[in-house]
Design a protein around this ligand. Structure first.
Ligand SMILES: NC(=O)c1ccc[n+]([C@@H]2O[C@H](COP(=O)([O-])OP(=O)(O)OC[C@H]3O[C@@H](n4cnc5c(N)ncnc54)[C@H](OP(=O)(O)O)[C@@H]3O)[C@@H](O)[C@H]2O)c1
Length: 304
């Protein structure tokens, strides 16, 4: 199988590419940073900015599967400029892929496009499976548009799967990359009231879920990619401190401090979603890491 990945140089993309190549698949990664004839661990890198139309679009139709992971980091203050970059790097990228597929579908059967549980907005204790309505706010509105852009590929006869990712936990990148050093310095505290839900997934499970979704041609539309057992922020903080053997039960950081320091982005940390991976479970997907303690212990051990 030939797989084309946007954002394949990132945290999730690197894991996915390695796993696919181990199975003998050919991987092409689109990157703004690629040089001429560069490679990433055996994957072919091609140069191009997915936000811009360009010669890279002609390569899309040569592949069987497209995985769309590109997107600028949301972990910063959402200034006007940051919002533009966060939105365009997802929505324009997706539109450019769909334009390429509409011009020439070639052999592409499947578009696996990323989305996020931020789609649901802050929803308290409500259990959210894939049929739940979209929420409110910048991220919810962005993910709605991101998903809508991807779904347009169905008009070209391509199966579209929208992977709504929870917080991805892994040894080399993502949220833990920022959190572990802080916890090791004794600065791991619950955020706000600590009661907000956190829906997470171990990176190994995410990669397996993506492979599963590529293989299962009967599944399309939104799929919640989160572990079956969600945790509150307080439970997560305790589990991470335990996995690291770090100090526990530090006082929580008050919401107003987070809001003052981070502006609207603080909402991502202070509001959560209790997301259910209904489609994956109904389809028989088996998670390697269902519980947060075992996932964090494995990651901390691997990371050293
Ligand atoms: N990690 C998580 O916990 C999580 C949770 C929910 C959703 N997601 C979503 O899943 C996707 C992959 O996540 P990740 O953690 O692997 O992300 P990542 O490590 O930040 O990598 C994303 C990739 O997107 C490309 N990119 C960054 N800024 C861009 C820009 N301004 N314009 C165009 N391309 C840009 C980069 O590729 P080049 O520099 O090579 O071009 C980068 O390697 C993202 O869309 C993210 O929003 C992630």
């Amino acid at each position: 199988m030939k797989v084309f990945i946007t954002g394949g140089t990132g945290f999730v993309g690197r894991f996915l590419a390695v796993r696919l190549m181990k199975e003998g698949h050919q991987v092409t990664i689109l990157s703004r940073r690629a040089g001429k004839s560069s490679q990433q661990g055996g994957a072919r890198l091609i140069q191009g900015d997915p936000v811009e139309k360009g010669p890279w679009q002609e390569k899309v139709a040569e592949h069987d599967v497209i995985v769309n992971l590109a997107g600028a980091s949301i972990f910063r203050r959402w200034t006007k400029r940051a919002r533009k970059e966060i939105s365009e790097s997802r929505i324009l990228t997706t539109r450019n892929i769909v334009d390429a597929l509409s011009a020439q579908r070639g052999k592409v059967s499947t578009l696996l496009s990323t989305s996020a549980v931020g789609f649901y907005g802050g929803r308290g204790d409500e259990e959210l499976d894939e049929s739940a309505r979209a929420g409110e706010g910048f991220l919810a509105s962005l993910t709605r548009q991101w998903e809508a852009a991807a779904l347009e590929a169905a008009k070209a006869g391509v199966r579209v799967v929208l992977c709504r990712l929870g917080v991805v936990l892994g040894p080399q990148g993502g949220a833990l990359q920022e959190m572990i050093p802080a916890f090791r310095r004794g600065m791991g505290s619950p955020l706000g009231r600590g009661k907000q839900w956190m829906s997470w997934i171990h990176c190994d499970d995410l990669v397996e879920a993506m492979r599963f979704l590529i293989a299962r041609s009967d599944i399309s539309g939104a799929v919640n990619c989160v572990a079956p057992f969600r945790v509150t922020n307080r439970e997560f903080t305790k589990a991470l401190a335990q996995a690291l053997g770090a100090l526990q039960f530090l006082p929580a950081i008050p919401s107003f401090i987070l809001k003052a320091a981070m502006g609207e982005f603080a909402g991502v940390l202070l509001e959560g979603q209790k997301v259910v991976p209904k489609k994956l479970l109904d389809a028989g997907f088996v998670f390697g890491y269902s519980k947060i303690g075992e996932a964090l212990r494995e990651i901390v051990t691997k990371r050293g």
